[in-house]
Ligand binder design. Sequence first.
Ligand code: FAD
Length: 534
Amino acid sequence: MTKILILGGGFGGIYCAKRLQKIKQNSFEIELICDNNYFVFQPLLPEVASGTISAADAVTPIRQMLDFVKFRNALVNSIDIKNKKVGVVQGFRKRQHYISYDHLVIALGQKSNLDIIPGLKNNSMTMKDLKDAYNIRNHIIKCLELADITKDKKLKERLLNFVVVGGGLSGVETAGELKEMIDKLLIYYKYIKKTEINFHIVELSNQLIPEFNKKMSSFIVNNFKKRGIIVHLNTKLKEVTSLKVYFSNKKTIYTNTVISTVGSSVSQLVKNSKLPQKFGRIETCNSMEVKGCKNVWAVGDCALVPYDPFDESKISPPTAQFAVKQAKLLSKNILLKTLNKKPKSFSYKSKGALASLGSKTGIGKIYFLTIRGLFAWIIWRGFYLSLLPSIATKFRVLICWILEFFLPRNAVLTDSLNKKSFEYQNYKKNDIVFTEGMIADGFYIVKSGEFVNTYKKTTNKRNFMKTYRKGDHFGSRVILEGGRRTGTIMATKNSEVIKIDRDSFEIIASNLPALKSYFNIYLPKNFKNLKLSN
Ligand SMILES: Cc1cc2nc3c(=O)[nH]c(=O)nc-3n(C[C@H](O)[C@H](O)[C@H](O)COP(=O)(O)OP(=O)(O)OC[C@H]3O[C@@H](n4cnc5c(N)ncnc54)[C@H](O)[C@@H]3O)c2cc1C
């Protein structure tokens, strides 16, 4: 029996598997591997982030979608084309397994590539999957909670400045939905004025959503202006730190929230796979067979698929519309190949694009017809509802949309799905990491740059300064001995740190004997003579 192995449970993988199970369920053994056990309808993610749809309602369990396909919930960690096998890790203990195939379909989508702008990786959130949407929502609510109670004006300003990077489809939808959410939640935060909210969207080119024309882009800009979203066109992001974003035109925004929707490329796994790659995607022929690799196919965002059989330079854009069309043809092509027939070339013309700007406003281009406003928004909702993959998901999303008209927006702060125990942070010269009197939020290791720690509250009333460079650390004393920060840490150069959260650090430092004995010596040696007073 021919074994078809599909990697990835997004639009490309799922629609290919669905078609294959319909075509020939008896002569193929089909297996689909995905690190999530659910299918994410990515265009709905901004609505999940804004709380219009709850996270679980926006996704569909893969097992419910595929009757005759074996599903494996695992992480693919190697692709060995020469020996026709794929490595996966699965289960609680993350055991390594290898799976052989006759035909391999790579539908792994793209990952955010945040290395394109200094500091973006460490200091921004992405909008790619369910966890991202969930984290963004929690983060924004946390900002509002703190902004409502803090007396520190500078901190309040930072908490209420929000920046979305990228003016494409996902950036515009994210900005529109999140601004609507913040506006609706403000009734619960009595000490935040609407005028204190500054919501920015930054785009390198001279228009928003390049799929639309300039006139439609102006419509979006005007709509955003009316709703208090500041649009920065022709603006290049130069650097991002924990405290600020820097533009190449010398402007800066003091912010705690940067959401990046720019920069995508295939994952490191695909990069390591020796498959032919160009523009950050896998190069395929018109049939979607990977160039130079027999019976290996690539589909969707990870693949560079020409959409015009007469002009190979015309490449499919990374959209769900193209991924679904490609996947349907791909299933036929695999069948043709097993019958020793010539696969067909992919050929498709976009039917247009639709986007929601939030606040019951949409915009769209369907063939030559352009629509905007409430009508476009209704069409957008109707269209996406029809595309949702199962009756149950359609029903859940529809109920969420109906309830939204009658119920107030939910301001519940739920814990993060993927609580990070460590993170990288960037600071520029003269940025303050923390000041004396603060409670200990984490332990910091200097990765590059330099920091100076100034202690004022010494019992002998003398200021004491300590410098930390690459490999040094700070923040351990207050976590391990209690009390509050006694020093103020300032970056004296552009610097990067690794911050380990308080709980994780405490557990490791008090249970790993090597670390325990290190701090038993380090703390008295460095702090005893200081005579600090808390
Ligand atoms: C916010 C947002 C809004 C969008 N709006 C629109 C829109 O309005 N219209 C439109 O046409 N397109 C839109 N898109 C783009 C569209 O969602 C993508 O083009 C589409 O999802 C691509 O499908 P795919 O199958 O190639 O990749 P994906 O849908 O990303 O699927 C890849 C799958 O592979 C899995 N995977 C990845 N790595 C591994 C691994 N190592 N092991 C196991 N599994 C793995 C992932 O979990 C995922 O299930 C939007 C995208 C975003 C992010």
